[in-house]
Design a binder for this molecule. Structure first.
Ligand SMILES: *Cc1c(COP(=O)(O)O)cnc(C)c1O
Length: 485
């Protein structure tokens, strides 16, 4: 006789609740359009998240009821068809089944031979293919592009660096590295530079042109001046889709410059790289394949549930050179799981790693890459539709259009000064969001507060953008009246 392990459920209850959850979530997602995009969490609900540690247990269906009452109605909003804030994907439901399976079989993907490891290798190969990446390249899935940038810059320093940074530390021999990108570079690059001990002061943020793309001449001059000052230029970061406006830097020119200078060329393609799947946008991103490393967030414009991102490197072995460890307890053996030649823990910081690849594998096998390319093309067409609506409306100003799926705009009014326009647009955004109507986010473009739409949403329809424009116009008119101006 054996007794049931104390933390395993009653399997019949587990089965029943599991079926109910899938059933009810299918209804929830199918009807998501009728829900508010977002709503504030009431204080009474919030209080429920400040209770002491539960020492005793409860039936699992009661806990699920609590989820339904206190968590489900107060989401971030990105599964809704009118969410276009920041850079969030909408989430492919089939992938969520992959995620559930990943947790149920509970593999960790640091090292060791098993099918899960092979699935991650497979997914990395698929992404190389999708990006036109050389077959000799390598890669690893990460939590996000932030982790990818850090990992890539560590590899760059190991490959191009002048000193044994792993052994001796960052300041050996007085070598001071510099890293280059445009002023539009994402703050995660800044974090990486800080964490690697290069120092934020040595991240050179170069001006951009009117289309928010890096000025190559200014970049060249900055590198020359830094060399003359005895600094060691290490890496150029190119943007394939800047976070503010979706601008794509001239990647082929950046690649050529980096090669000439003996520098590493890293591309931040967090969301924009996926536009390569759309034939009309492939030429714009042709320079991608020249990069030494590339990050791309599958949880953004490949619509995967959070989190999953990928770092690709042009050469095999560069990540291992920066991260491989000689610890006895993970050393290879002749037979058994530890005989397996690939270790993802040698390609980055993390040892224990989720089976992120399974949801990607599940979704790509189910829908096929062409279906994703179609969704991307539709997002691009709808973004163009939105830009046209804005341009056709005399109360709206198209502040930036970018190269991809990002549009920044604002409500305008003749005679209103900059401060007044900022006030009106803050009010408009606040009302759009808190009333659950639509969820653009915001940024500043040349100092002006603007509404920012970044379209990574496979559920949106053209009419959702008609609605957005109507609401911005209506709420703008109201904000003008309320302000008494
Ligand atoms: C989102 C984003 C990042 C950071 O990626 P995470 O997945 O959030 O860590 C970096 N660069 C750009 C351009 C982004 O949009």
């Amino acid at each position: 006789m054996h007794t049931d392990p104390p933390l395993d459920p009653d399997w019949d209850e587990f089965r029943a609740l599991g079926k109910r959850i899938v059933d009810e979530m299918a209804d929830h997602l199918a009807g998501i359009r009728d829900q508010p995009v977002w709503q504030p969490v009431p204080d009474t609900v919030r209080a429920g998240f400040t209770t002491p540690l539960p020492t005793g247990g409860r039936p699992m269906d009661e806990v699920y009821e609590e989820f339904r009452a206190t968590i489900l109605p107060f989401p971030r909003g990105n599964i809704h068809p009118r969410f276009w804030g920041w850079a969030n994907g909408s989430g492919v439901p089939v992938a969520a089944l992959g995620d559930l399976l990943a947790s149920l079989i509970n593999c960790t993907l640091g090292s060791g031979g098993n099918a899960a490891m092979m699935v991650e290798e497979q997914v990395v190969e698929w992404l190389k293919e999708a990006m036109g990446w050389p077959a000799t390249g390598s890669g690893v899935l990460t939590s996000g592009a932030s982790m990818g940038q850090l990992t890539a810059l560590a590899a760059a320093r190991q490959a191009c660096g002048a000193a044994d940074v792993r052994g001796e530390g960052a300041v050996l021999g007085g070598v001071q590295y510099t890293v280059y990108g445009s002023v539009e570079t994402h703050h995660s690059v800044e974090k990486a530079v800080e964490l690697l001990g290069i120092g934020r002061r040595f991240l050179r943020l170069v001006p951009v042109d009117d289309a928010h793309r890096i000025e190559i001449g200014a970049l060249r001059r900055t590198i020359r001046a830094d060399r003359a000052a005895g600094l060691r230029p290490l890496c150029v970061v190119g943007n394939a889709g800047t976070v503010n406006t979706g601008a794509v830097d001239p990647l082929d020119q950046l690649g050529a410059l980096a090669r000439r200078e003996g520098m590493w060329f890293h591309v931040d393609g967090a969301f924009g790289a996926f536009a390569r799947l759309v034939p009309s946008h492939r030429p714009l991103l042709a320079g991608l394949a020249e990069a030494d490393s590339l990050v791309l967030d599958l949880h953004k414009w490949l619509y995967m549930p959070f989190d999953v991102s990928c770092l690709l490197t042009r050469e095999t072995g560069v990540l291992e050179a920066a991260f491989r460890s000689g610890a006895d307890y993970i050393a290879p053996t002749e037979q058994g799981p530890s005989a397996y030649p690939v270790a993802f823990s040698d390609r980055g910081v993390e040892q224990s790693r989720r089976f992120r690849a399974l949801k990607v594998w599940f979704a790509l096998k189910t829908h096929g890459a062409d279906a994703f390319a179609e969704a991307l093309a539709e997002n691009l067409a709808q973004t163009a539709h939105l830009a046209r609506l804005i341009e056709a409306d005399d109360r709206l100003e198209l502040v930036s259009r970018g190269d991809l799926n990002v549009v920044c705009f604002r409500y305008v009014r003749p005679g209103a000064d900059a401060r007044e326009l900022d006030r009106i647009n803050r009010t408009v955004l606040g009302r759009l969001q808190t009333r659950g109507l639509a969820m653009p986010s915001h940024t500043r473009i040349r100092g002006a507060f603007v509404l920012r739409v970044a379209h990574h949403n496979h559920r949106s329809e053209p009419a959702d953008f008609d609605f957005l424009v109507d609401q911005v116009r209506r709420l703008g008119d109201l904000a003008v009246r309320d302000g008494g101006s």
